[in-house]
Design a protein around this ligand. Structure first.
Ligand code: ADP
Ligand code: ZN
Length: 513
């Protein structure tokens, strides 16, 4: 094993778990591997393939990734090939020949191709020693990138009960893990779970205020460093890229609205370090293997923690530090809520709600960010202080907002729960707007009682109260502020209200750590 590792891969030692996994695979056991991106999953099936008779069939979801992997293997002297729609009739025939002649050691296919009857017939004629299912979480509907064509892989174990399966993934919550194993019918497999703690990633949540200024200041202090800025929409990507370029930064856009050519060009330029910054939607990233990403900024709230972990996971693959900053505003939550409301199936809608709530909890937590992220993957972080997140390095401030909550609740009552956040905060801050005077709301006793805080701060507090069940926002497009179960408790002085205050300082966590 060590000789093969050195000869074909050029490494002297195995990474944690690799050796045990490989031994199991060669012994013919079914194996499930959960390892973070960059952990070294490929060797777990590539090395056994070289030590066994016959061919290892690798299921991989992306045609572009397949080509890269096969090219690398071939460059190292491994007989590898892929079968997919980009090949000509002649080329695929040639590969089929080489398979039947027992030349090829590793065959890459997409799941939809593998389960075609013609491919299965081909498999019957050759000696398959192992099925390796990469990105195996795609088989589970509970995961965030379910792919229906993965479902068909269920037939493998039934059709070939004696061929072992190794399923690999970097993204599986305990629920997805269980589901993946049962969909593949490998209930008796040995499961290997590597730690998901990426010690070199520094996590920080900042308030989404004067965001552009914060980003520019951040970038100015990190000249020539590479990084990704994730945004929710194509429009934001284009706008932000434009602004950054005007400010003199070498930023490029990436989203599904660009042509394939433009997308791969921008990606290449970024990977080759000819542009420092890529501003992207979540379309960017799968299979990106750029070692020196030094920051990953989330301009908008991510939809779930799993995606957040994956997206930040693209940073620091060379093992050096990478700063991960999430700009948090409660307003973003309501935008995502609006999308969630459009989901037709009630089960999916509830699942999406729960995931969004986990993101909200992550952002507003006074618990170590790393701990929260790892907990999401069912892993308990032992250290009290992780030394690499804003909560541990610059403890968040808790402020008492009971008085503000009372003012807001009184105002909502005074207007009979018939107005939204904008109107209510205008009353509190004593606005002279036409809408206020027309309704005679400048004569309310709440009018002007909150002039000591700016309007957007009141809006922020109102949204936080809605999050805590003290007020409620009803309706999705123009939500109205309503009383909720705890409103009376607060007014009666039986419940206090606490809010966390994020530090917006631009101090580098690196410096603090
Ligand atoms: P994953 O598929 O889990 O994202 P890869 O298999 O692509 O990870 O491996 C990530 C990186 O780690 C690659 O550059 C790979 O060559 C390297 N790597 C894997 N195993 C070892 C090892 N035993 N020693 C050194 N580097 C390794
Ligand atoms: Zn921490």
């Amino acid at each position: 094993m060590h000789r093969t590792l050195r000869k074909y891969f050029g490494y002297d030692t195995f990474r944690p778990l690799q050796e045990d996994i490989i031994k199991d695979v060669i012994a013919g056991k079914d194996v499930f591997v959960l390892m973070p991106t960059g952990g070294g999953k490929s060797i777990c099936y590539q090395l056994p393939a070289l030590l066994m008779n016959g061919v290892t069939v690798v299921v991989s979801p992306l045609i572009s990734l397949m080509k890269d992997q096969v090219d690398t293997l071939r460059a190292n002297g491994v007989e590898a090939a892929y079968l997919n729609s980009t090949l000509s009739y002649k080329e695929s025939n040639q590969i089929k020949q080489e398979l039947e002649n027992n030349i090829i050691k590793l065959l890459y296919v997409a799941p939809e191709r593998l389960t075609l009857s013609s491919t299965l017939t081909l498999l019957d004629r050759i000696k398959v020693n192992l099925f390796a299912i990469d990105e195996s979480h795609c088989i589970s509907e509970w995961g965030h990138d379910f792919r229906p064509e993965y479902r068909k892989l269920s037939i493998l174990k039934r059709k070939y009960p004696h061929i072992p399966i190794i399923a690999l993934t970097a993204t599986a919550t305990p629920k997805v893990r269980k589901d993946t194993i049962s969909q593949l019918h490998i209930e008796d497999c040995n499961t290997y779970v590597a730690s998901f703690n990426r010690k070199n990633l520094l996590y920080q949540v900042r308030p989404k205020k004067e965001t552009y200024e914060q980003i520019v200041e951040f970038l100015r202090k990190r000249k020539d460093k590479s990084g990704i800025i994730y945004c929710q929409s194509r429009k934001t990507v284009d706008e932000l890229t434009g602004k950054l370029r005007k400010s003199g930064f070498n930023a490029l856009p990436y989203h599904a609205g660009l042509s394939d050519a433009a997308r791969s060009r921008n990606q290449d330029i970024f990977i080759k370090d000819d542009a420092e910054i890529i501003v992207a939607t979540i379309a960017f990233g799968m299979g990106i293997d750029k070692p020196n990403v030094r920051f990953v900024i989330h301009y908008d709230l991510p939809r779930n923690l799993e995606s957040y972990y994956q997206e930040t996971g693209r940073g620091g693959r060379d093992g050096l530090e990478c700063e991960c900053i999430l700009f948090f505003s409660r307003g973003d939550k309501y935008k995502i809520d609006y999308f969630i409301d459009q989901i037709a199936k009630s089960e999916e809608r509830e699942a999406a709600r729960l995931k969004l709530k986990e993101v909200m909890d992550y952002c507003q937590s006074t618990i170590c960010r790393r701990k929260m992220l790892l907990r999401y993957f069912g892993e308990e972080l032992q250290e009290e202080n992780c030394g690499g997140c804003d909560v541990c390095l610059q403890p968040v401030k808790i402020t008492d907002a009971t008085e503000e909550a009372k003012l807001l609740i009184r105002c909502v009552k005074e207007v009979s729960q018939r107005y939204g956040i904008t109107h209510v905060t205008e009353i509190l801050t004593g606005s002279n707007s036409k809408k206020i005077t027309e309704k005679g709301h400048h004569r309310l006793s709440s009018y002007g009682t909150g002039t000591y805080l700016p309007k957007d701060r009141w809006a922020d507090i109102a949204r936080e109260l809605a999050h805590q069940g003290i007020l409620r926002l009803e309706g999705s497009r123009y939500p109205l502020l309503k009383l909720d179960k705890d409103s009376e408790q607060v007014i009666a002085g039986k419940r206090t209200v606490e809010m966390i205050q994020l530090a917006s300082s631009n101090d580098s966590l690196l410096a603090l750590g």
